[in-house]
Design a protein around this ligand. Structure first.
Ligand code: FE2
Length: 343
């Protein structure tokens, strides 16, 4: 499986990950043969890269959670955000059911957040919410939280930005820096989210606090209450790191998309000022340094593509040398090591 720029993708290649439409539903399913029309359409939708394979076997890899749970989570979060925007009863049952599945899958399997996500402008909010929730859950597991706590964390992380439905679109969609007045309005999304979620009896108050506290920072420089390190709940500390990581690696911000290892370096350098160091350490154990599809340089100077990543091993396929095409598994003690990512 390759993660390729659109320009390098040829007709007839197979799509290796579902593409989600503006409504959060699957628009193009994994395994679909890419036609000229599809490729044109995806280009119009501002996709720049896709996960593709040449044959069926290329499509086999394990993401952090099953495709089905992933799709259901996207649909559930979309429905809740639309209801919130229309001032309707939130009806969190679907969300809480999805959270159960997500947490079970993360707890029971050897899971690492190992993908580069295929977001575009329109489905960003939903995919970002789901990713933040998955990454937070894996981090919570690394930090030793039990299943019930992971569910509180996952639900809070999934809904952390729900208060944004009350912020004007002109502010949310602005790509330049916000003016002070706009920033002040934007800051209210934390409080709006908290006020909405705290009223829901099925939801733990701690999950509501994730929405309230996810923009606080360790040194008191965050908002809305400028809390200090020991006043911020662990769930919020986890969610803010997952939120920053996913935003940095998926290019919604105005700067260049960072690679996984670059985002991690930046988060490490921002701790302990902004982020709790033990939480950032948990992130480094929760996300793949070289996600599936990364092209990497090995210490024997050969080039390979990352095929699958779990907590214990990385599976790569050689792209150069005498053994080109061969698949090998790298463990912590393997002689062959990855030097750096090339693309
Ligand atoms: Fe936020």
């Amino acid at each position: 499986m390759r993660y390729l720029p659109l320009a390098e993708i040829r007709e007839g290649m197979l799509l290796a990950r579902n593409i989600y439409g503006n409504d959060g539903r699957v628009l193009l399913v994994k395994g679909a043969k890419l036609t000229k029309t599809y490729l044109q359409k995806l280009k119009e939708m501002n996709y720049t890269h896709l996960y593709v394979g040449e044959k069926e076997e290329d499509l086999e890899f394990k993401g952090p959670i099953s495709d089905q749970t992933y799709s259901e989570a996207i649909a559930a979060v979309r429905e809740v955000l639309l209801r919130a925007a229309k001032d309707q009863n939130l009806g969190l049952k679907t969300v809480l059911d999805v959270v159960d599945f997500m947490v079970d899958e993360v707890v029971e399997e050897d899971v690492l957040f190992n993908i580069i996500d295929l977001k575009n402008h329109n489905n960003y909010t939903y995919l970002h919410s789901v990713n933040v929730s998955i990454i937070s859950t894996i981090m919570g597991k690394v930090l030793g939280l039990n299943r019930n706590k992971l569910k509180e964390l996952a639900a809070g992380a999934l809904l952390h930005d729900i208060g944004k439905v009350f912020i004007e679109n002109t502010i949310l969609e602005k790509t330049e820096d916000l003016s002070y007045q706009e920033y002040e309005k934007m800051m209210f999304h934390s409080k709006y989210g908290f006020d909405l979620l705290r009223e829901i009896p099925e939801l733990s108050l701690l999950s509501a606090h994730v929405a309230y506290q996810h923009h606080e920072r360790e040194d008191g420089s965050g908002y809305p209450r400028a809390l200090n390190a020991d006043e911020i709940h662990l769930y919020a500390k986890i969610t803010m790191v997952a939120d920053s990581y996913d935003a940095m690696t998926s290019g919604r911000s105005y700067r260049r998309v960072l690679w996984s290892h670059e985002a991690i370096e930046e988060l490490i350098s921002d701790s302990p000022k902004k982020y709790d160091p033990k939480v950032v350490t948990a992130l480094t154990q929760s996300v793949a340094l070289y996600p599936v599809g990364s092209v990497v340089l090995l210490n024997n100077l050969e080039v390979a593509i990352v095929n699958d990543v779990s907590t214990k091993r990385i599976r790569i396929q050689l792209l150069t040398g005498e053994k080109k095409g061969e698949i090998i598994e790298l463990f912590a003690d393997s002689l062959i090591k990855i030097e750096r990512r090339l693309s």
